[in-house]
Design a protein. Structure first.
Length: 94
């Protein structure tokens, strides 16, 4: 009986070492993958910041007014030049 237990313990040492090596390799692979994903995320965040800044520049009131005036020949109307018309809905009840 003692020989069987000794034999099992002796066989378990290489098995445990193999498991430890495999686990270490797996951990290193996951760390590398995590770093790649973090770098990709950082690149996407930077690209989004640039796009948001571009949207802010392109949608600025000054830029739109300049394009309307210079390229489209539009003129901004004064409030007193604007006529507002309201149409009331006819509910059919008089």
């Amino acid at each position: 009986m003692h020989k069987i237990i000794s034999f099992i313990l002796l066989l378990s040492i290489p098995l445990m070492s193999s498991c430890l090596i495999w686990q270490t390799f797996n951990y290193d692979s996951l760390v590398d993958e995590s770093k790649l994903i973090e770098n990709q995320q950082s690149s996407w965040v930077d690209a989004n910041k640039r796009l948001i800044a571009g949207i802010a520049v392109l949608s600025s009131a000054e830029r739109i007014e300049k394009i309307a005036k210079n390229e489209l020949g539009l003129v901004k109307k004064q409030p007193e030049e604007v006529l507002q018309i309201e149409i009331e809905e006819d509910n059919g009840t008089d």
